[in-house]
Ligand binder design. Structure first.
Ligand code: ADP
Ligand code: MG
Length: 276
């Protein structure tokens, strides 16, 4: 089982888009995949076609009431499951303030889970809160989406420091797996500059300073694609909404890269439907 936290404390960088569409790509290839929506804004929940709150209990009940994950989990497509979010999660920080071991609730629940999954993808809120800490304790890998933007690297050191701290103190298995460039405008000078900056950033920090990281910049870059921005309002992944779009192509390619192989030609221009 691979457990991946999709994390960046900045908003609007592509966390939710990447969590949902990467999960859909993996599920469509037959991998049992679970999305955990830890953002009180519940965008991943909506993106996968559920109405937060109306679909029954949420991760709020898991984190604050000890409800097992299976009571919250919904199947939204073949092999694709989600434990949804709820706006009440925004209050979890305060509610959990006096609870001993509050940062490992999610990990303990995943370990007690009756079902097993090939991939668990965690969509984090844009903050370094108790919700994010739960994801970092439950995960083995962190995937950091970055917006290809001139301030993209701003805040990255702080994020890596936080991950390092969690890795040293509470989760020795945690690794930064890689950085994913999102909202990428191919062929622009800015796009090229961000990539050069990133390479320099990581070259200066590779082992020994970052032994807890195998950080790479994924070869796949998620290009700016209007279909990716449209599909959440239909409650569909990109593979349902626009299977032959560039967005579908990029997330299929990311799924392949994550699994360490060439992208399957299934998606590319085939118009094949992932599911549904
Ligand atoms: P985060 O979860 O980090 O806040 P989102 O995934 O919600 O970021 O993305 C922010 C906004 O940008 C959303 O409206 C989303 O639909 C849009 N978006 C994300 N990735 C792309 C892309 N590659 N092309 C076009 N729009 C995108
Ligand atoms: Mg989000």
């Amino acid at each position: 089982m691979r457990r991946i936290a999709v994390l960046n404390q900045k908003g609007g960088v592509g966390k939710t888009t990447s969590t949902v569409n990467l999960a859909a790509a993996l599920a469509a290839e037959g991998h049992r995949t679970l999305v955990l929506d830890l953002d009180p804004q519940a965008h991943a929940t909506l993106h996968l076609g559920l109405l937060p709150g109306r679909s029954g209990p949420s991760l709020y009940d898991v984190l604050t009431q000890g409800m097992p994950l299976e009571e919250v989990r919904r199947e939204v497509a073949p092999n694709l499951y989600i434990c949804g979010s709820h706006i009440d999660l925004a209050g979890a920080e305060l509610e959990l303030i006096n609870m001993v071991g509050r940062e490992t609730i999610l990990r303990d629940q995943l370990e007690a889970d009756t079902e097993s999954f090939d991939y668990v993808l965690m969509d984090c809120p844009p903050s370094l809160s108790i919700l994010t800490l739960n994801a970092l304790c439950a995960a083995k890998e962190v995937l950091i989406p970055l917006q290809a933007h001139f301030l993209a690297l701003h805040g990255l050191s702080k994020l890596l420091e936080t991950i390092n701290l969690v890795a040293r103190r509470v989760n020795r298995e945690l690794r930064v797996a890689g950085v994913l460039l999102c909202l990428y405008d191919a062929g622009t000078r800015l796009g090229g500059e961000v990539i050069e900056d990133l390479d320099r950033f990581f070259d200066g920090r590779r082992s020994p300073p970052m032994p807890w990281s195998d950080a790479q910049v994924y070869r796949t870059r998620i290009r700016r694609n209007i279909r990716l921005a449209e599909c959440p309002s239909f409650g569909q992944s990109i593979f349902q909404y626009a299977p032959s779009s560039r967005g579908a192509e990029d997330y299929a390619s990311l799924a392949a890269e994550l699994q360490g192989r060439q992208p399957a030609s299934l998606w590319i221009g085939s118009g094949a439907r992932a599911h549904g």
